[in-house]
Structure formats: C-alpha cells, structure tokens
Design a protein around this ligand. Structure first.
Ligand SMILES: [Zn+2]
Length: 86
C-alpha cells in the first residue's frame, strides 16, 4: 500500500489532484470511479490516510456505515444488494 505522501487518495483529499466530488463531509468524500464496473460506481474515500477498512476508527466507521445505509443504487434506485462496502 502506498505511503501517505504517495497515496493517490490523499492527494485527491488535499486537492492536489482535481476531481468532481459527488459528496463531501468532514471525514469522507465521494467520487465516481474513473474505471466503473457499473453505472454510478462511486468511491467513498476517507480524508485521513487509512490502509484497510479495519484501520477506520469506530467513530468514522459509524459515519461510513450511515452513509452506506442512505445510499441508493443507480440501476434500481433502491438500497439494494448492488451496493458494496470494501
Ligand atoms: Zn492515503
């Protein structure tokens, strides 16, 4: 995994690489994937450099889970099984 100074997502979070954010909060932002595997493939990225999902502090994990629960699928418009959290 990339070191913080080399991390693409940290560069995006700091505005060094311009992107169109579809959602932005104090701790996370979301962007459409550059190589989507499905319509609306969206990446939710923590603003703090974290290597794995297990590195997310419980408080941020809770925010991420709440965000996931509010998400809607681009295909069916529902909170269906096409929404994944990695
Ligand atoms: Zn990072």
């Amino acid at each position: 995994m990339a070191k913080k100074q080399d991390c693409l997502f940290c560069k995006i979070a700091k505005g060094k690489i311009p992107v169109k954010k579809v959602k932005d909060s104090d701790n996370f932002f979301a962007i459409l994937d550059a190589n989507p595997v499905a319509k609306g493939h969206t990446l939710v990225i923590p603003k703090k450099h974290l290597v794995t999902l297990l590195d997310i502090p419980n408080t941020l994990g809770s925010e991420l889970l709440k965000s996931r629960k509010k998400s809607r699928c681009f295909s069916c418009g529902m909170n269906c099984g096409n929404l994944f959290l990695f």
